[in-house]
Write a protein of this length. Structure first.
Length: 288
């Protein structure tokens, strides 16, 4: 399991973390990353490409001010990029959040196509071979506690309404004192979906612990396997942290399946840096 930190340039005085895995956009390999100052939580999502081992902002590419924690998927051959809008005002809460999704349009721009339900992070999409869309959800509160993953199928993004997302059936992957979220979905077979996610908890001293995990959804039965931890902070090089209570945090960004039984995990590190980790393909066990 070889790991390394990713090197970013173009934003002096800022951190780049909670990145996606590389994806293809305009015939180049691109990473989307969360950019913000160490002392703030006011972010923007920026697109980077690699030159000589360094990830640099793409000149002329759109940026997404006010969005955190990017995610990407492909729909009808177009990139769909999502992020968490923070802060937004919902009722009397002026520090709430809400996900937004943008689809690649003409002339290299992106058009907003969906806004998620209030105060729900970790919504993810995957277009299936028959055109339907798998929606991964994560309610909190009365239905989801600190955060549980659900899923549903819709015919199109237009059908991904708030009530549909909020009422999706939930899996119970962890005890009530922990929480989970999905970060990326992979089509393994016609009816099996591999999900990359994170499992989180508070330690006794109040600090947070986030680990990367995977599980599999069987679309025929609607059932999920148990989660399996694939990486934690100690698997990456040591480094800086946004706050002391975030030192033991990795935020799964994306997984590249490299073939020959190998994969590469991309993740945010301690809310301050980003890294990659080479490991055995964690989805192969679901195909046995």
């Amino acid at each position: 399991m070889n790991s390394q930190k990713l090197v970013f340039s173009g934003f002096p005085g800022h951190d780049v973390y909670n990145v996606t895995a590389p994806f293809e956009w305009k015939e180049r390999s691109v990473i989307a990353g969360r950019v913000e100052r160490r002392s703030e939580e006011l972010s923007e999502i920026v697109l980077f490409s690699e030159t000589d081992g360094e990830w640099r902002p793409i000149e002329g590419a759109p940026t997404f001010p006010g969005l955190q924690d990017p995610c990407v998927t492909m729909m009808d051959g177009k990139v769909v990029l999502g992020g968490v809008r923070f802060p937004v005002t919902i009722g009397e809460d002026r520090k709430a959040w809400q996900m937004e999704f943008y689809r690649e349009g003409l002339n290299g721009g992106f058009d907003k196509v969906l806004t998620g339900p209030p105060k729900m992070k970790d919504i993810r999409f995957l277009q299936l071979p028959d055109g339907r869309i798998l929606v991964l959800t994560r309610p909190q509160g009365e239905r989801g506690g600190r955060g549980r993953i659900g899923f549903c199928l819709v015919e199109s993004l237009i059908q991904a309404r708030w009530e549909t997302i909020e009422s999706a059936p939930l899996f119970y992957h962890c005890p009530e004192e922990q929480w989970v979220g999905a970060n990326e979905a992979h089509l393994l077979t016609k009816n099996k979906i591999g999900v990359l996610g994170h499992l989180a908890e508070f330690r006794e001293d109040g600090s947070r612990r986030y680990r990367s995990m995977v599980f599999c959804i069987d679309l025929e039965t609607g059932q999920s396997t148990e989660t399996e931890i694939i990486a934690e902070r100690s698997d990456f090089p040591p480094g800086e942290s946004k706050r002391p209570d975030l030192q033991d945090v990795i935020f799964s960004g994306g997984l590249l399946r490299l073939g020959h039984g190998r994969a590469r995990l991309f993740a945010g590190l301690s809310d301050a840096e980003a890294g990659s980790l080479d490991l055995p393909d964690p989805f192969l066990k679901f195909l046995a």
